[in-house]
Design a protein around this ligand. Structure first.
Ligand code: PEP
Ligand code: MG
Length: 782
């Protein structure tokens, strides 16, 4: 038998039908209302390649050096071609088509989904199971099945298996073919409270297909029901759009909801009862709370998917707190003497028995990365000095640069003369989790090389002597961070900023909904040559490859969560320090100069190689990568960049891309930017504040005037959010201000789509967003 029907399958059939197939079979077997369908088994895929005798060639083709991007691309092409061009044997074709005809009398639209069997892969999504085709009919069915099989051999999947040491020939793939439900209404249901586990069911519902709810395209109605007495709290949302099947093309389209149904309650009391009965059965069946996707058509309730709720707090963070370590706030590189940021420094010093002296404040500045640490100061005035920075030392320098990152990782703290809260030193040290103070104006002259000091990254002060001694019992924060962080459920997405690819793992462990800003500057600046110089000496392919490798590391870590990658935006003063920097224009004010999209549109030849990196990533299957354009001023910038994307072989209609809102001009032109086709607008408040208030963000002399919460800045932001909402464009923030509670409150109230925060702030932002959303909900029903 090439296929197994869902009602013949149980959870034990994982090897034959893959994770998705087994779960649907298990639910069907339990008598739950799952739409009918069958699975083309993994064994069928295996016989297909073996009977056609393409198996050996296939596995040989993908045995390549995956760090060689062109070899990897050729391997994926060859492997996919082998599968896609091998005809189906007659008996197999007949069996699959005959099975299809039994589903919905041969007239059904079906969903065709790959279901990989390599469940021991840490992230089975890499095995190719992401491929999904909706609204498939008999005509395309066999091609789609073959495409699912071929999805085992995307560049991404090959790369990942090789990196993880998995044998390509040991991974199999099954394909689920299931009747599509033309939902009139649909949504999700948590069978118990998703953060407390209390016996409270939460149902979210909107008109049409569930995708609209899952993707966040629509704000759904919310029903909170006590499972004991079934008392209910209902919040009706305004549901402006719905997703449904277009009768003519069979494609899923977004349509407006008619006026009279927008504020109409979606599910009736009787339907709520049906859903609750269903929820209780599923939870009983699995013995743990479930997150269920459901749909209703002609009064019938269907279950489309069920998985365990992974967000219930089992006290892991409380346990960490009880030990005096807040998992979101502790900072250490494991080498210096470090304590949790929110524990009093003197207490801890005493508690650890160090009995050290805590002297007076000798230098102060802006506390830019939290934590308190003691160690010898190492004055770094030139790059050669970096060699003397050892584990546990405190770097003292005018300003950090990309070359310093390896030493910054070794150091236990960083102090700079220059810079504001959004400077390189501030951003990178926060990302590395190293306490830092910036903008002291005089640390390199006041402090002496080797002098033992204590740096308080919260208060921004440097004290004489060691207030904290090395304490063996202090655990590195990575070890105390809960493995599956407790993540509050929020409608506003909370993402994370990444500026150095090395921080990707730490960033992903926060449980953020994706990366709201991946800066590419480090990938280039750390080459120590300007892009033009690097290309001159190493060729365009090497340049593209650096970007592919840097971005891929982060995109892998987060897949399938989205990663918003910004095209290059380094001011000329940063390029000037690199080899080739002598050719950079001399600028009076680099912040107002040749940077961001201006440089890209001026050097479209260099920009093309950058965009080529995106094209290759898409080709490899990194469909979670989004493109973000820095420092645009108006629609003209966007149209020109869009042309460059097309010339580089990137289809702007197919990929998600957008612009940063970093100048007042961009904020005031956002309607035109929306018309130019951006999918999202992201506030770069570091620059937006600088340009709105005419306050140089790197100038410590005016640092007290740098105020992202200035009414003028907030007004620009609020107006952009409103305009974007009217035009269906997502909004987000990726400047440092997204980590500040006051800004988070303002943005969540304004209805921003996502907030991207620093790694160490993600958890607090999630909680802050949740608080605001709950208040909004309560206000709306009071
Ligand atoms: C910003 O300007 O807020 C931003 C996120 O970009 P950068 O800090 O890299 O200029
Ligand atoms: Mg910026």
């Amino acid at each position: 038998m090439a296929v197994l029907w869902l009602d013949e399958i149980s959870a034990g059939d994982l090897e034959k039908v893959g994770g998705k197939g087994a779960s649907l079979g298990e639910l069907t077997g339990a008598g739950l209302p799952v739409p009918p369908g069958f699975v083309v088994t993994a064994g069928t895929y295996r016989s297909f390649i073996e009977d056609a005798e393409i198996d050996e060639e296939l596995f040989e083709a993908v045995d390549v050096d995956v760090d060689d991007s062109s070899a990897l691309a050729d391997a994926a092409d060859r492997a996919q071609e082998l599968i896609l061009e091998t005809p189906f044997p007659d008996d197999l074709r007949e069996e699959i088509v005959a099975s299809y005809r039994e589903v919905g009398n041969g007239e059904a639209f079906v969903a065709v989904r790959s279901s990989a069997t390599a469940e021991d892969l840490p992230d089975a999504s890499f095995a190719g199971q992401q491929e999904t085709f909706l609204n498939v009919t008999e005509e395309d069915l066999l091609d789609r099945v073959r495409e699912c099989w071929a999805s085992l051999f995307t560049q991404r999947a090959i790369y990942y298996r090789q990196e993880q040491g998995f044998d390509h020939s040991a991974v199999n793939i099954a394909v689920v073919v299931q009747q599509m439900v033309d939902a009139e209404k649909s949504g999700v249901m948590f069978t118990s409270h998703p953060s407390t586990g209390d016996p409270t069911m939460i149902i979210e519902a909107a008109w049409g297909l569930g995708e609209a709810v899952v993707s966040g395209a629509v704000s759904p109605d919310n029903y909170v029901i006590d499972r004991e007495d079934r008392s209910m709290n209902v919040t009706i949302a305004e549901k402006k759009v719905k997703h449904e099947k277009d009768e003519a093309t069979g494609q899923t389209v977004e349509r407006e909801v008619p006026e009279d149904k927008r504020t109409q309650r979606v599910v009736s009391d009787a339907e709520i009862d049906d859903l609750m009965d269903l929820g209780e059965r599923v939870e009983d069946h699995y013995g743990e709370p479930q997150d269920v996707e459901w749909a209703i058509v002609d009064g019938e309730v269907y279950m489309l998917q069920s998985r365990p709720i992974t967000t219930i707090d089992e006290g892991s963070s409380d346990a960490a707190d009880a030990e005096g370590v807040d998992p979101t706030k502790g900072v250490t590189d494991g080498s210096g003497s470090v304590q949790a940021a929110d524990a009093g420094s003197a207490d801890t010093a005493n508690a650890s028995g160090s009995g050290s002296s805590s002297g007076e404040v000798i230098v102060d500045g802006l506390g830019s990365s939290p934590g308190t640490v003691s160690g010898p100061a190492k004055i770094v005035t030139k790059l050669d000095d970096l060699a003397k920075v050892g584990e546990g030392d405190i770097i003292v320098t005018e300003m950090t640069m990309p070359d310093m990152v390896p030493a910054m990782k070794r150091a236990s703290g960083i102090i700079t003369d220059e810079g504001g809260m959004t400077s390189h030193a501030a951003i990178v040290s926060r990302e590395l989790g190293v306490p830092a103070i910036v903008g002291t104006t005089n640390a390199t002259t006041v402090l002496e090389d080797g002098q033992v000091v204590t740096l308080d990254g919260d208060k921004g002060s440097v004290l004489e002597g060691a207030a904290v001694e090395p304490d063996e019992e202090t655990e590195p924060v990575e070890e105390v961070r809960p493995q599956s962080p407790v993540k509050p459920m929020t409608a506003t997405e909370v993402k994370v900023n990444v500026s150095i690819p090395e921080a990707a793992e730490r960033a992903a462990a926060t449980g953020a909904d994706g990366v709201g800003l991946l800066r590419t500057e480090h990938m280039i600046l750390s080459l120590n040559q300007t892009p033009e110089k690097f290309i001159d000496e190493n060729g365009t392919d090497a340049y593209t490859k650096e970007l592919v490798d840097g971005i891929r590391g982060v995109a892998d870590e987060f897949y399938p969560r989205p990663v918003r990658v910004r095209t290059l935006d380094a001011p000329t003063d940063e390029f000037r320090q690199l080899e080739g920097g002598e050719d950079e224009p001399a600028e009076h004010n680099p912040m107002l100069g040749y940077r961001g999209i201006r440089r890209s549109l001026d050097r479209t030849d260099v920009f093309a190689h950058e965009l080529e990196a995106f094209r290759r990533l898409y080709e490899m299957g990194y469909d979670n990568v989004e493109i973000m354009l820095p420092l645009v001023n108006d629609a003209e910038d966007v149209y020109r960049a869009k042309e460059c994307m097309k010339e580089a072989g990137i289809d702007p209609e197919k990929r998600k891309w957008g612009a940063m809102i970093e100048t007042p001009a961009a904020a005031l032109s956002v309607e035109e930017l929306a018309e130019a086709g951006i999918d999202f607008a992201s506030f770069g408040t570091n620059d937006l504040t600088q340009y709105t208030l005419a306050v140089d963000r790197n100038n410590e002399h005016v640092a007290d005037r740098f105020d992202e919460l200035h009414p003028a800045v907030l007004r620009l932001i609020g107006d952009v959010i409103e305009t974007c909402r009217e035009h269906g464009v997502d909004t987000s923030i990726c400047g440092q201000a997204g980590s500040k509670p006051e800004m988070v409150q303002f943005l969540a109230n304004e209805g921003i789509t996502s907030i991207s925060a620093n790694i160490d702030a993600v958890r607090d932002v999630q909680h802050e967003v949740k608080r605001v959303e709950q208040k909004l909900l309560l206000d709306s029903v009071r």
